[in-house]
Design a protein around this ligand. Structure first.
Ligand SMILES: *Cc1c(COP(=O)(O)O)cnc(C)c1O
Ligand SMILES: [Zn+2]
Length: 406
């Protein structure tokens, strides 16, 4: 592992901060050795899951993985949405098709595989919902003890899809940032693997597979721009690393990474606020107030790196209102038949906003990462006139003809 700030190197272990400078630690690989092994053909012969990218993940070949078939989700060419937005080459990476219906299954599958192989018996996490859902499912799959820490007022649908896996649920009277702070303190005094804290470097690596697959599904090409929702910013950072690795191993022909564009809800937009200030790398904490609960992190640990990467690659960080989030969920459903949660509404809302502002000529290959399923946050649609075209009739032809104008 290597410190992102000072470059100090450490043995692989359950730690996420540098003991010299407190910078974040990233897993690093022997790139020269990998270069000899990795090829398109070897990947294409692998399983139809994200584990076809195992060579580029921190789990050795001899280690059994904890898997539910995560990844290799559909990359959909969005012609109808694209037509509305003036984009001829718009694609959606539909990560709501993962086993627990969110992007988190990628990171959790890697994290729990590593934790089990390294002797951990209890898996834990601090979560805004999706991570707890995934951790509970994969801990059940692995037969490991599980503790999930969530804010006490989590959405009802998420409580059901966590509770069914029978983890120990610790509902904390506080917001996510307070839950996370508590868990950071607990890391010191428990022998547990907290997916998003002490084993975060391994967890983060799973994110890369989303970008690997996108390139493979585009015919081994990198897109021109990627739109990514930002919570902690963890996955955003790994997606640029993923593109760098694709280039390094000769898996794609391009020699430069895509533009990386971030999406936040205005009700929790610390990264967006900093991006549009004079000091983009100074991300000041905020108190979240948004329906996009799964990405409502007021104090995002990778926020400064998100802005650095957006600026370096020519991307931007944009934000949308609560109304724009709901409108975007409906727009995506109406044009493409995909029902996404509020985080997806943020991503599609930002995509639509940037398209309308004239960001693109029309021929660019733009990919939006749709990271979670709409049934997770169905209440936001139900409470906003969900059945605009509904009529109620008697079971007779007469009633039908009177009430339904065709
Ligand atoms: C966790 C999550 C994200 C963002 O993840 P970070 O890596 O923390 O930025 C985006 N969308 C959904 C649906 C998520 O659950
Ligand atoms: Zn350091």
């Amino acid at each position: 592992m290597r410190c992102r700030e000072c470059g100090a190197e450490f043995e692989l272990q359950a730690t996420h901060v540098c003991e010299m400078c407190f910078g974040p630690l990233d897993v690093v690989y022997d790139q020269a050795a990998l270069k000899k092994v990795v090829s398109r053909q070897r990947i294409e012969q692998g399983p139809k899951s994200m584990w076809r990218y195992r060579d580029l993940l921190p789990i050795e070949e001899s280690t059994p993985v904890v898997t539910l078939g995560e990844g290799f989700t559909p990359l959909v060419k969005a012609d109808r949405l694209g037509a509305e937005l003036g984009l001829k080459n718009l694609y959606l990476k539909n990560d709501s098709m993962n086993p627990t219906n969110s992007f988190k299954d990628r990171v959790v599958s890697v994290a729990i595989s590593w934790a089990r192989a390294n002797g951990f018996e209890t898996i834990a996490c601090a979560s805004t919902g999706n991570l707890a859902n995934s951790v509970a499912a994969y801990a059940a799959r692995a037969g490991l003890e599980c503790y999930v820490f969530i804010p006490v007022d989590l959405e009802p649908a998420k409580l059901v899809s966590i509770g069914v896996f029978d983890p120990n649920v610790v509902a904390v009277r506080g917001n996510y940032d307070e839950v996370n702070r508590l868990c950071s303190q607990l890391v010191e005094s428990t022998p547990w693997a907290f997916c998003n804290i002490n084993i975060r470097p391994f967890y983060a690596e799973g994110s890369k597979t989303l970008t690997f697959e996108t390139a493979e599904q585009l015919g081994w090409k990198l897109p021109d721009e990627i739109i990514i929702p930002i919570a902690s910013g963890c996955q955003f950072v790994r997606h640029r690393q993923a593109a760098r690795e694709l280039i390094e191993y000769g898996l794609v022909k391009e020699d430069r990474v895509p533009k990386y564009t971030g999406a936040q809800a205005l009700g929790c937009s610390p990264v967006y606020n900093a991006f549009h200030s004079d000091t983009p790398e100074r991300v000041l904490p905020v108190k979240p107030d948004t329906i996009a609960r799964s990405i409502a992190i007021g104090n995002p640990s990778d926020g400064m790196y998100v802005n650095r990467i957006a600026l370096e690659t020519g991307g931007v960080v944009e934000a949308v209102t609560e109304e724009e989030i709901v409108d975007a969920i409906r727009l995506l459903a109406r044009t493409e038949g995909i029902f996404t949660e509020t985080a997806g509404g943020v991503t599609i809302g930002v995509l639509a906003k940037l398209a309308k502002a004239g960001r693109w000529q029309g021929d660019e290959v733009v990919v939006a990462y749709v990271t979670g399923h709409g049934l997770k946050t169905a209440d936001v649609i139900a409470s906003s006139n969900g059945h605009a075209h509904r009529v109620e009739i008697e079971p007779t032809l007469k009633s039908f003809r009177e009430q339904v104008k065709i």
